[in-house]
Design a protein around this ligand. Structure first.
Ligand code: MN
Length: 259
């Protein structure tokens, strides 16, 4: 299998090293990742600046690697141009150093990398370690081991065009993992999202982040699965059309619209 690995935490991130290690047991691995951290940039694309794609000396000598001064989607496109010009079979993005649950997936550069692979018609999987406390151990070893045991099954699933898999692995010891659940995208809402502060000269500024308020009553969601110790696998489609609602408004609009 020809595998392209990317992330949004940068080419030196531990999660990327771990993901490459897993991928190497499944085929030929090439890496194209950002030269610096590019978290929360979603599916952003560099359009007004030159992209520099530079070889990177990967610790395992059988891995061809490049770092790119761009976003994860840039890295995937650069990887498909420079590393795999004839295409590849799988794009892996991660392992991210934090959760990408619920609406957070829409901000995620990790998911953004998988989106670009999907748009290129390649089976793509985003993987994140779901910890919930700052500075808590990320337990990458749990993610690596879970992937070693389950990546082949994920890849063997029937592929669906325009659909990627978003995988969130609880940041706990491997023995504590309760199992795997296919889950829907939950709702992760933040409290105090914009915090007002003052700079040393007394001028106000805002720091964005906030505390996630996860309501536990979201049955069937990724948020619930991970909070119960399950690995959450969420299929995400790039066709954002809400077909049920389209039917509703089509009926309304055709009845009322003026021509
Ligand atoms: Mn990240």
């Amino acid at each position: 299998m020809r595998i392209l690995v990317t992330n949004d935490d940068g080419i030196r991130a531990e999660g990327l090293r771990r993901l490459v290690r897993v991928a190497r047991s499944h085929g030929v691995v090439k890496v194209s990742a950002p030269d610096t951290e590019r978290s929360a940039c979603s599916h952003a694309m560099t359009m007004r600046d030159p992209l520099r794609v530079k070889p990177f000396d990967w610790p395992e000598s059988d891995v061809e690697a490049y770092h790119v001064n761009g976003f994860p989607s840039d890295c995937v496109n650069a990887g498909l141009t420079v590393a795999w010009p004839d295409g590849c079979d799988l794009v892996l993005s991660g392992i991210n150093n934090g959760p990408n649950l619920g609406f957070d997936a829409t901000y995620s550069g990790t998911v953004g990398g998988a989106m670009e692979g999907t748009i290129n018609g390649i089976r793509s999987i985003a993987v994140s370690m779901a910890c919930f406390v700052d500075d808590a151990p990320l337990h990458y070893e749990t993610g690596e081991r879970w992937l070693l045991e389950n990546l082949a099954d994920l890849v063997a699933l029937p592929a669906k065009p325009l659909t990627l898999l978003n995988v969130n692995i609880p940041a706990i010891a491997y023995e504590e993992i309760a199992g795997t659940k296919v889950a829907s995208m939950g709702q992760r809402v933040y409290e105090d999202r914009m915090e007002l502060r003052s700079d040393p000269w007394g001028r106000p500024y805002y720091w964005q982040g906030g505390v996630a308020v996860v309501s536990p009553d979201q049955p069937g969601t990724d948020v619930e699965a991970v909070s119960q110790g399950y690995v959450a696998v969420t299929p995400i489609t790039l066709d954002w059309t809400d077909r049920d609602y389209a039917e509703v408004i089509r009926h309304e609009l055709t009845a009322t619209a003026r021509t």
